[in-house]
Design a protein around this ligand. Structure first.
Ligand code: ADP
Ligand code: 5GP
Length: 202
């Protein structure tokens, strides 16, 4: 990109059922590539002990979330679990593109489809997949972030959400972590290289 070329912002959407490894992979990519930044979602779920407001999520009350919904401030939003809302704010997308960053998302399968439909060739949607269901559930349990009730809800959604696998641009298998991280880096660099060569041809 030359100095006078307008910034052509891209999006990398990582999606999967809970516990598949999205957060682990996204954190690695943010550390590796300084041209990427994270889309901080709004949510009504409770903050986990290590999370920071404005960094991991914008933690909102249901009233605050509904107010933003009513004022059409979301690119997409979902009730991912009963009474737990999550959404991508329009202001977050414009904020990051103004900073000339390509945006990384960690969102559920339905939200990911909405973003892909809206941003099409500017978006690479990647479905993260553990080697099998047993290992997937084991990882979610070992993370020790969920109550018994929340764990049950999340496990019951895994099978349903795995059916979305074919709806995305790429599937990233997360078996050996180092291999998955390397493959994730490749997906990012290849997409940006192809986008740049398309720009040169047009
Ligand atoms: P998600 O963001 O999709 O809910 P996380 O990134 O929180 O998933 O990963 C779930 C748990 O599995 C975490 O405790 C994480 O450290 C662990 N984990 C992620 N990838 C691997 C892997 N390839 N091998 C072993 N453990 C993993
Ligand atoms: P967690 O509570 O584990 O942080 O996230 C639960 C689920 O909500 C995950 O699948 C996560 O990807 C998804 N999620 C997080 N932010 C958003 C968002 O802005 N929109 C949508 N649709 N899902 C989100």
């Amino acid at each position: 990109m030359t100095k006078n070329t307008p910034f052509d912002g891209k999006m990398f959407v990582f999606t999967a059922p809970s516990g598949a490894g999205k957060t682990t992979i996204v954190r690695h990519l943010l550390k590796t590539f300084d041209f990427l930044d994270f889309s901080v979602s709004a949510t009504t779920r409770k903050k986990r002990p290590k999370e920071k407001n404005g960094k991991d999520y914008y933690f909102l009350s249901v009233d605050e979330f509904n107010d933003l919904k009513r004022r059409r401030k979301f690119v997409e939003w979902e009730e991912v679990y009963d009474d737990q809302y999550y959404g991508t704010l329009k202001s977050e997308v414009s904020r990051l593109w103004e900073l000339k960053k390509h945006i990384v998302f960690d969102i559920d399968v339905r939200g990911a489809r909405d973003i892909k439909r809206k941003y099409r060739e500017n978006c690479l949607a990647i479905f993260v997949k553990p080697p099998n269901l047993e290992i997937h559930i084991e990882r979610l349990k070992n993370r020790k972030t969920e109550s018994e009730d929340s764990l049950k809800k999340r496990i019951s959604r895994i099978k349903r959400e795995m059916r979305y696998e074919k709806k995305f641009d790429r599937v990233l298998v997360n078996d050996d972590l180092q291999t998955a991280l390397t493959n994730a880096e490749k997906l990012i660099t290849e997409f940006l290289e192809n986008a740049e060569s398309d720009d040169r041809e047009n």
